[in-house]
Design a protein around this ligand. Structure first.
Ligand SMILES: CC(=O)SCCNC(=O)CCNC(=O)[C@H](O)C(C)(C)COP(=O)(O)OP(=O)(O)OC[C@H]1O[C@@H](n2cnc3c(N)ncnc32)[C@H](O)[C@@H]1OP(=O)(O)O
Length: 206
């Protein structure tokens, strides 16, 4: 497996890959001064990765949803996923390529997770949820059944989304928020009950 990005998020992903008995084939990062990461040589930047490798097994280990989208769109043949062995993923759930499922996360029946998503430590995605591409569900966040989350949205640490809610694309749900109403695209929402405090810029970079 190739790892794109060598920061804190990548440390967790490298450990998931190793614990799953996959081999780390290469580490790639934009910082030219970074020559080693977790005992592995850093091979070069994303451009050199694309030039040298036929990228079919890679994880974009970058937390920023917009950057994951930008890079992910260039990896058309990528089939890499990283799923921690302690996570519980229903056999009727579907996980698209590029996605990372971290320790103790649970994904229940008939949920669907888009590509290059992050389901972080202890997150809980209940039955029939549909999460778009490039979504990040942070540690300890909980989604009730039938929740829909649009492309690129970030669900913050420890937030709770009640069943049946629809959250739009490129929205941000603040840490600890409790979402009891549908949330429009780009909205930044905090508190209990969640209230919109502003909107993200209407492009993919956040
Ligand atoms: C493994 C990992 O580390 S995964 C990391 C996951 N990270 C997260 O989940 C963090 C999620 N981010 C947040 O909660 C952020 O605070 C955001 C995105 C909601 C807002 O951040 P910013 O845009 O920088 O807003 P800012 O800090 O200026 O706060 C704006 C107002 O909202 C309030 N606010 C910000 N975040 C929250 C929150 N989570 N809950 C309640 N109120 C909040 C602030 O107190 C402030 O209120 P004021 O105007 O009355 O002073």
């Amino acid at each position: 497996m190739h790892i794109i990005g060598a920061g804190g998020h990548a440390k967790v992903i490298v450990e998931i890959i190793l614990e799953s008995n996959f081999k780390i084939e290469g580490i790639w990062d934009e910082n030219p001064d970074l020559i080693e990461f977790m005992g592995y040589p850093v091979n070069g930047n994303f451009k050199s990765f694309m030039e040298k490798i036929i990228p079919n097994e890679a994880i974009i280990a970058i937390g920023n949803n917009g950057i994951r989208k930008k890079l992910g769109e260039q990896l058309s043949n990528n089939k890499g996923v990283a799923i921690h062995k302690s996570s519980v993923v229903s056999s009727s759930a579907s996980i698209n390529f590029g996605t990372v499922i971290m320790a103790n996360a649970t994904i229940n029946a008939h949920a669907t997770i888009g590509k290059y998503a992050i389901i972080n430590t202890n997150a809980s995605i209940d039955h029939d949820c549909h999460l778009g591409d490039y979504v990040h569900v942070s540690p300890q966040a909980g989604l009730g059944g039938n929740v829909t989350v649009g492309e690129g949205t970030h669900i913050g640490l420890g937030s709770s989304i009640i069943q049946g809610i629809t959250i739009g694309k490129w929205a941000t749900i603040g840490a600890g928020a409790v979402i009891i109403n549908d949330i429009p695209d780009y909205a930044v929402v905090v508190g209990n009950p969640g209230r919109i405090i502003k909107y993200n810029k209407r492009h993919d970079e956040q």
